[in-house]
Design a protein around this ligand. Structure first.
Ligand SMILES: *[C@@H]1O[C@H](CO)[C@@H](O)[C@H](O)[C@H]1NC(C)=O
Ligand SMILES: *[C@@H]1O[C@H](CO)[C@@H](O)[C@H](O)[C@H]1NC(C)=O
Ligand SMILES: *[C@@H]1O[C@H](CO)[C@@H](O)[C@H](O)[C@H]1NC(C)=O
Ligand SMILES: *[C@@H]1O[C@H](CO)[C@@H](O)[C@H](O)[C@H]1NC(C)=O
Ligand SMILES: *[C@@H]1O[C@H](CO)[C@@H](O)[C@H](O)[C@H]1NC(C)=O
Ligand SMILES: *[C@@H]1O[C@H](CO)[C@@H](O)[C@H](O)[C@H]1NC(C)=O
Ligand SMILES: *[C@@H]1O[C@H](CO)[C@@H](O)[C@H](O)[C@H]1NC(C)=O
Length: 586
């Protein structure tokens, strides 16, 4: 399979049985052309409003469209929609299904009735395959993991979600290891020894394969793990209503549709208030779970990220005549990623496969950003990039754009140097217990379509954390919409720089069914797959946050700055674009 090379850093790799995939298509019966944010009303059917239960509605012209699995689905057919767009939808569904099937193929599908048969970190073993008194910088340390269950029996299948890292606390250094799953309870980790000093090995069992299997199955089951509350403002009178992606009430609904990209969001319509009166949203975790008690017990904090013990001491790494980084090539746009993508040393990140020119003085960054228009789009992890830049470039000032609260759009300018930077949240779903305005809410694809682009324009996209509690096809479909917008942008302006910031790891004490890193890991795989043929850079924030062992959804500033620095200094390593790379080489 041609795609496999981008999946090679998989921690998960076990297959069991065939699986039926139901793709949930949020876009439903209405074909009315409406602005996505104004909303229209409709009478909800009494059956759940999902594509799978969708029957061809009489009131709209529909036509069954054969899809690859032989079944047929109803697509709205409306004069305003070109065949091209409709064909696009079919292709998108097909691609979504293909990615889902690939992911599904990688997952363990196991059930268990005895907790003692699940993987135990404590009973598992770590051994060095190439033991030496000392190693040289540049050598590889090969480590084997043999996993056992709580009763002390060997595991005979894989799929465990593991995290491997080498580190030297005194040097504030760290790097991730490349884990290979043999599918039989044995794993091998390949560490590149990068710095001189005493190095320790840490292997964490994040979730046993049984937990992974349970999380993967539970994720498919519904859109209702998170509920949204909408605030409608009608003059001075307020009213609230439940909102979400899968509204099943037999009541009048407000529909907020993005017809082109088939994105939909709904609210129960408050009586006598127009849908356009929706001004704010907040969310809460619905007390709902698709896990059994036994499965949930695997996902308690005490069972997450448990260190697999080992007996060996520190590894001694010597210079042996080499230098710490061997990369000689200068970082440039369009290089393909390697793993690990870099390492932490003295709390600073060094890319491994290209030599970043020392670009730390403020002046240099200011020079690089002169005349630039930068769009950060997505979640708060790229807002952090903007904040990180803002604290360093004190000449940047925030404009007051008459909004309040953090998830509001930010614009910062330096008029003397003609720099403009902005951050804007991605559209639904946006999870937050504090109310946020949805009046500037729009999907990334729509925002990108308004950018003309040029060589002094950069777009940095971050998508994922807010999607973890929803079925993964929802994320995949969104990522495809974003990719298509990137393709349109690069078509009209090939010199615009586009960076995808991958997801980073987060806290282990969050609700795992909703927010486990496993969900983010899967989304990262899908993202790499989807963007691999585009001329965009991919910042492997996962690798960085594993190496730095931060475990925070908002990593500390030195990690954020490490990720943002190549960008701020005009050097953007780690492009996903295989195709771009080929083109550059030829
Ligand atoms: C699991 O193993 C422990 C210790 O060996 C034992 O006490 C316990 O009863 C076992 N649990 C089950 C469900 O078999
Ligand atoms: C698992 O598979 C690998 C590769 O085929 C092999 O080297 C290893 O010995 C196997 N482990 C067990 C316990 O069979
Ligand atoms: C470890 O990874 C490096 C590349 O990072 C590769 O060259 C080497 O062959 C790997 N070692 C083993 C034993 O797989
Ligand atoms: C939508 O909600 C209904 C009723 O709660 C449920 O049966 C159905 O599985 C949900 N569908 C999705 C895709 O979440
Ligand atoms: C909303 O405003 C309209 C126009 O002012 C008014 O007719 C209607 O009664 C209001 N609805 C509520 C629930 O206050
Ligand atoms: C190591 O780096 C230093 C400067 O940092 C350089 O002078 C020296 O030649 C390098 N040595 C090797 C073997 O590359
Ligand atoms: C890729 O993007 C970079 C940066 O915008 C540009 O310089 C380069 O020409 C592009 N390469 C291709 C093959 O389009």
């Amino acid at each position: 399979m041609p795609v496999m090379s981008s999946w090679k850093h998989l921690v998960i790799g076990f297959v069991l049985g065939a699986v039926t995939i139901n793709i949930y298509i949020p876009f439903r019966k209405s074909c009315e052309s409406v602005s996505q944010m104004e909303g229209t009303t409709r009478q909800a059917a009494s059956e759940p409003l999902t594509a799978d239960t969708l029957k061809c509605s009489q009131s709209f012209k529909t036509k069954p469209v054969p899809v690859s699995d032989g079944s047929s689905r109803c697509l709205p057919l409306e004069d305003g929609l070109s065949d091209q767009i409709r064909m696009g939808w079919i292709k998108k569904r097909k691609e979504t299904k293909e990615i889902l099937a690939k992911l599904d193929h990688l997952m363990p599908h196991v059930t268990f009735s005895d907790i003692n048969k699940t993987t135990s970190a404590k009973n598992s073993k770590v051994t060095i395959l190439n033991p030496k008194d000392s190693y040289c910088v540049g050598d590889h340390l090969m480590v084997q993991l043999d996993l056992y269950d709580h009763s002390g029996n060997r595991k005979n299948y894989g799929g465990d979600f593991l995290r491997a890292r080498i580190y030297s606390s005194s040097l504030k250094a760290g790097a991730s290891g490349n884990i290979k799953d043999f599918g039989n309870g044995t794993y091998q980790v390949n560490f590149t020894l990068i710095w001189e000093g005493d190095v320790r090995v840490s292997i964490l069992l994040i979730h046993p394969s049984e937990g992974v299997s349970a999380l993967w199955a539970a994720r498919k089951k519904g859109y209702d793990k998170i509920a949204f509350t909408g605030k409608f403002l009608n003059g001075t009178s307020e009213s609230t209503a439940e909102c979400g992606f899968n509204m099943t009430r037999n009541a009048e609904l407000c529909e907020f549709l993005d017809e082109r990209d088939q994105e939909a969001f709904y609210c129960l319509k408050p009586k006598h208030i127009p849908c356009g009166a929706l001004v704010q949203l907040k969310s809460y975790n619905k007390p709902i779970s698709y896990l059994t008690d036994l499965e949930r017990s695997l996902l308690e904090r005490s069972n997450i990220g448990v260190e697999i013990p080992h007996r060996f001491e520190e590894i001694h790494v010597l210079q042996c005549g080499g230098n710490q980084t061997k990369a000689s090539e200068k970082c440039k746009f369009g290089m393909s990623p390697q793993f690990p993508s870099g390492f932490l040393w003295q709390n600073q990140w060094y890319p491994l496969f290209c030599n970043m020119s020392p670009f730390n003085t403020l002046e240099q960054i200011q020079t690089c950003l002169k005349g630039k228009l930068v769009y950060f789009m997505g979640d708060s992890t790229v807002r952090q990039w903007m904040e990180s830049l803002k604290t360093r470039l004190t000449s940047l000032v925030y404009l007051n754009i008459h909004n309040s609260g953090k998830p509001q759009k930010f614009i910062a300018v330096d008029t003397a140097k003609d720099i403009q930077i902005q951050w804007k949240k991605h559209g639904h779903p946006f999870i937050g217990s504090h109310e946020y305005s949805i009046k500037d809410h729009s999907y990334i694809a729509r925002d990108m379509d308004t950018i003309s682009g040029d060589k002094d324009t950069a777009v940095v996209i971050s998508l994922g954390q807010h999607f973890r509690p929803f079925p993964v096809e929802f994320f995949i479909q969104r990522a495809i919409n974003v990719r298509q917008a990137v393709q349109r942008l690069l078509l009209r302006s090939p010199s615009t720089r586009v960076l995808i910031k991958g997801e980073n790891t987060r806290e282990m004490d969050t609700d795992q069914e909703r927010f486990s890193d496993f969900h983010g890991y899967v989304q990262n795989l899908a993202t790499k797959e989807l963007f691999q043929d585009l001329n965009v850079s991919f910042i492997d924030a996962w690798d960085m946050t594993v190496a730095c062992n931060t475990q925070k959804v908002h990593p500390p500033d030195f990690v954020v700055w490490s990720a943002a620095l190549p960008f701020a200094s005009g050097q953007t390593p780690a492009a996903t674009g295989k195709k771009a790379e080929r083109e550059i080489q030829s």
